[in-house]
Design a protein around this ligand. Structure first.
Ligand code: NAD
Length: 395
């Protein structure tokens, strides 16, 4: 079929398998071009199909020749209906990992459930014995608690008062003022239940209880801080409360892993266009200004550059360079004083009229379409493609 993008707000309902494969190939090439990383050899990535999780899986496999197991939740294709981008990314990843002689298996299902945890543990037991590195990179709007069956929904709201600021519709470039009402009722605990650290700990408990973690195993979850511009809706909002919980959970897990000398870390990553971040109000405007400045300064990075650097310089580079709160900071370039000062200056004047000039709206929009395999260089979008791609290990 001929596949075109069909967007609805910040989601795209279609995705292009050949474009997704090219994205994966580009990331593989990038990692290979940076040379070998002396990293973990048996890696479990939870949230492995897009964004930072996919970049982690690729960095482990093609940087360290690692065997990888990926857990993700994506829609497979049906005749005449495309699968989700994460499905095509995973199919492409496995295809190229297998071609390179690397072990790669993928589990498509709800990582929050007992069933998917069980399935994952069984595969580890059977195939790899033990895991050296667990990357926890889930971004989800909902979580059904595996013990109680309660379904929690996360919200993106400020805490304590209405937040008003500028935002952009990145499809049209229209900059408008938005007001977001503060969290109420159970909004905060619900968001913490979805995006906090409880599920991360459940995974680590499950792995440890069945002796599936190697001596000195490491686990890393991803977080975000960002500037004061977005603080009210992000770091000091409901999602920030969840990130606080996630970050605190790293210490609990490290305590739990003492007997095997294991460690849990949180890595604070840079703001990037992913399916998760395009849903957050205000962030797309911030990102389009940030991209402009960072590209001008020659310090722009995407997910793969971020994770390749996280692995090669920090996790396996001998210097974690932890901040005062024990976090790895790979958002260092985004948070540089000169970068933030320039973004804050541009923010004051950003409007519908000048954004395409002072911000990188085109870069934002391009990255957004790229997430779904569209607008990828070298792809013939008029060509008939097979939407019924399969993930090798699922058969
Ligand atoms: P993403 O949307 O690209 O990826 C989310 C992944 O989680 C996908 O593989 C998806 O399939 C998987 N997933 C979602 N629900 C699932 C479920 N129930 N079961 C199994 N898999 C599920 O998101 P991302 O932006 O890469 O975010 C990953 C992490 O990085 C999050 O913790 C996020 O807060 C953090 N982070 C993101 C940014 C950013 O700007 N995008 C910056 C810093 C940190």
């Amino acid at each position: 079929m001929i596949i075109e993008p069909r967007t609805r707000g910040f989601i795209c309902l279609t995705s292009h398998p050949v474009g997704c494969e090219q994205n994966v190939l580009n990331q593989i090439e990038y990692v290979k071009s940076k040379g070998a990383i002396n990293g973990a050899k048996k890696v479990l990535v939870i949230g492995s199909s897009t964004g930072f999780g996919l970049a982690s899986r690729i960095s482990s496999a093609f940087g360290s020749d690692a065997a990888t197991i990926g857990v993700f939740f994506d829609k497979p294709p049906k005749p005449g209906k495309t699968g989700s981008a994460g499905f095509y990314n995973t199919a492409a990843f496995e295809k190229h990992a297998h071609k390179a002689g690397l072990y790669a298996k993928s589990i498509n299902g709800d990582a929050f459930s007992n069933e998917i945890k069980r399935k994952t543990l069984d595969i580890i037991k059977e195939d790899l014995g033990q895991i050296d590195l667990v990357i926890y990179s889930l971004a989800s709007p909902v979580r059904t608690h595996p013990d109680t069956g309660v379904r929690y929904k996360s919200v993106l709201k400020p805490i304590g008062g209405v937040f008003s600021n500028k935002t952009v519709d990145f499809h049209t470039g229209s900059v408008t003022e938005i007001s977001i009402n503060p969290a109420e009722g159970e909004d905060i605990p619900n968001t913490v239940a979805v995006m906090g650290g409880e599920d991360w700990k459940m995974w680590m408990d499950a792995l440890q209880s069945e002796n599936l973690l190697s001596e000195g195993a490491t686990t890393v979850a991803y977080s975000y801080i960002g500037p004061s511009l977005t603080e009210a809706v992000y770091r000091k909002g409901t999602i920030g409360a969840a990130k606080d919980h996630l970050e605190a959970t790293a210490f609990t897990i490290t305590d739990d892993l003492k007997s095997i000398g294991g460690k849990a870390y949180v890595s604070v990553n840079k703001a990037l266009v992913t399916q998760a971040s395009s849903a957050i109000p205000v962030i797309p405007l911030y990102i389009s200004l940030l991209y402009k400045i960072m590209k001008e300064k020659g310090i722009h990075e995407g997910c793969i550059e971020q994770i390749q650097r996280l692995y090669s310089e920090r996790l396996f580079g001998g210097d974690l360079a932890l901040d005062g709160n024990g976090r790895i900071r790979i958002d260092d370039l985004e948070m540089r004083e000169d970068v933030q000062a320039e973004v804050a200056e541009l923010w004051k004047t950003a409007s519908t009229e000048n954004l395409s000039e002072i911000g990188d709206l085109k870069g934002y929009s391009n990255d957004f379409f790229n997430l779904f395999g569209f607008k990828v260089e070298g792809i013939d979008y008029d060509a008939d493609v097979n939407e019924m791609v399969e993930i090798a290990s699922e058969h």
